[in-house]
Design a protein around this ligand. Sequence first.
Ligand SMILES: [Zn+2]
Length: 216
Amino acid sequence: MFLRHPLLLVRGIGHGFGTRFSEPAGAEVRFFRQVHGQKVLEVGDGEQEGPPPEADGGWTSASGISVAVWTADCLPVLISDPEGRHVAAVHAGWRGAVRGIVPEAIRLLQAASGMSPGEFLAVIGPSVKSCCYPVGEEVWSEVRQLWPGWSGASGRPRLDLPGLVRYQLEQAGFQDKSIGEIPLCTVCHPELFYSHRGMGEKRAGRSMLNFIRRSG
Ligand SMILES: [Zn+2]
């Protein structure tokens, strides 16, 4: 079982946000060795040889290929041009978000499609939300520099990771109506998701796969 969002669904853009009940990935699904960086790789339609390349996101314009990222509390973001011809999947934890992986994916899609972010679509997937994400001074000060409006204030700050990514999408020129969200917290819903924070050792490295592929 994958969760899907109408913003992409109505345009025939194949995608899914993984759950505990997702089917295994097929051969056409390309993923990466994720390192909480900001690198986004282009994926072509040739066979993938050797181990997955190091990156935290991918984009493609090739038919029949899904680009995918693994998450277990970090935030998956799926981005597309309005016709679904150029698509990207991004893995954004707080580090990747601060390092600018979302703006990087947008820049690459913009260059490839010749369209502006004002026309693009993005869906913010399930992740740890502010209810379950207390953060220390290190995170607080880095996020605050990037997102001056953020007030995780009273008591110990709590990071609103989906809010940060939404802010970055808006800063890049996305229209509000073109940003979708699946507003579920992966820590609050252990029946649905694997959670790094919520499950500790019991997770045993299990993660959810989130993918997107071009329409047609
Ligand atoms: Zn929560």
